[in-house]
Design a protein around this ligand. Structure first.
Ligand code: PSV
Ligand code: MN
Length: 401
């Protein structure tokens, strides 16, 4: 018996003594899938510079190939989000076939309403009806693309906002926003969801039109059952209690999905958990509680976990493998929190007991559980190390230049 097997047996023993069902934990772990962003594999930068990484994917076909490798090594990333027009191709059916041949499906379609000079003063909120129509038409085009690719999510983020007080009228902009989104919503097929992403500042500096989860929730509630809020972890002011936002949105069944990343100062797009892993744990705890709650379970199992990270200084494929590993590791830790046990401490107002109970799970070495998960699926024990030894990087550097 090798060392990992021994460790696993001890771990199982320990968990059994605490009343955990190991098979159930493994199947829960299996339930969580993480979507990769196409834009995380190409050369992307900051507004200061874009550094070229040798071998970085040059187009959507190559991005899908790199994403497929991440999925092959981790077993939990079967879908890839696209950004239109960054990933636009002439033949969508061919792209779909390419994805399928690689064992992938296309995930969320992200319209791009922030690059065109026409959107200088806004897209769907623009005072000019011609520009509003142009923006709406682009989203409708994305719905058509989603239909061909059999994607069931349109993920909307707006750069709309103003830079100076008095620049435009808040209430008029809200009205235009609601009217535009209504047209989009009415064109969604039955099985398609609209995710509404918020961001409290940037690129507009005075106000943004969908500034926080309250506004995204208001819009999605007015629109209807197919509209949900998307939480990008980097889109909150410093110190915001994101796990509370998650709990509230879950209780309203209005959380659609995530854009995982981590921030230090602003929308830094750093890898998940690199700055504050405890926050990630507390967020996952809310998700695990919801998945285990009979009233919320069916809905909560459909929440989408997507990464929205741009690795301008880290090696891209490695950073993605690192992120997926972090997500799964912290998820495994949060699976080891039993809500009823926590409630017992809460009922007794035992603050220290409750916190220590959480910290015990957060500090736990869950490597044996992940090891078993990967072994059962025939995956490498350590995807990142496997990748580093695989020679893939050298190969793509040669081929792609
Ligand atoms: C905006 O900051 C954002 O989070 C949106 O999700 C965009 O689609 C994405 O980043 C692309 O960079
Ligand atoms: Mn995002």
């Amino acid at each position: 018996m090798d060392l990992m097997e021994k460790k696993y047996e001890l771990f199982v023993e320990e968990l059994k003594n605490e009343g955990w069902d190991i098979e159930k934990l493994i199947s829960e772990l299996m339930m969580f899938k993480f979507e990769l962003p196409s834009w995380g594999f190409g050369d992307m930068g900051t507004r200061f510079a874009t550094f070229h990484e040798p071998g970085a994917a040059r187009n959507i076909y190559e991005k899908l190939e790199d994403a497929a490798l991440v999925n092959k090594l981790t077993g939990i990333c079967p879908t890839v989000a696209l950004h239109i027009p960054w990933d636009k191709v002439d033949d969508w059916k061919d792209l779909k076939k390419h994805a399928e041949n690689l064992g992938l499906k296309i995930g969320a379609i992200n319209p791009n309403l922030f690059q065109d000079p026409d959107y200088k003063y806004g897209s769907v909120t623009n005072p000019d009806p011609k520009i509003r129509k142009r923006a709406i038409d682009h989203i409708l085009e994305c719905i058509e693309i989603a239909k061909i690719l059999e994607s069931d999510v349109i993920s909307l983020w707006l750069a709309d906002g103003t830079d100076y007080p008095g620049q435009d009228d808040f209430r008029d902009r809200k009205k235009r926003l609601e009217e535009s989104l209504k047209i989009v919503y009415d064109n969604l097929p039955e099985n398609m969801k609209l995710f509404i992403e918020y961001k409290y500042f940037e690129p507009a500096f005075y106000h943004t039109d969908i500034q926080d989860w309250g506004m995204a929730h208001l819009l999605s509630t007015k629109l209807g059952d197919k509209a949900y809020v998307l939480v990008d972890l980097g889109h909150h002011p410093l110190g915001a209690n994101i796990e509370q936002i998650i709990a509230i949105l879950l209780s309203e069944k209005k959380l659609g999905g995530f854009h995982f990343n981590n921030k230090k100062y602003a929308d830094d797009d750093l890898t998940l958990g690199s700055i504050n892993p405890y926050e990630v744990f507390l967020i996952f705890k809310e998700l695990v509680f919801a998945v285990r709650d009979s009233e919320l379970s069916n809905y909560a199992k459909n929440v989408r976990y997507m990464f929205d990270q741009v690795h301008s200084t880290k090696s891209k494929i490695e950073a993605m493998l690192q992120s997926v590993n972090t997500a799964q590791y912290i998820l495994a830790q949060s699976l080891l929190v039993d809500r009823d046990k926590l409630l017992d401490y809460q009922k007794k107002f035992d603050l220290i007991g409750a916190e220590e109970y959480l910290l015990k799970a957060f500090r736990r070495d869950v490597t044996p559980l992940i090891w078993k998960f990967r072994k059962d699926l025939g995956l490498p024990e350590n995807p990142l190390e496997y990748y580093r030894r695989s020679g893939y990087k050298v190969k793509i550097s040669e081929i792609r230049g």
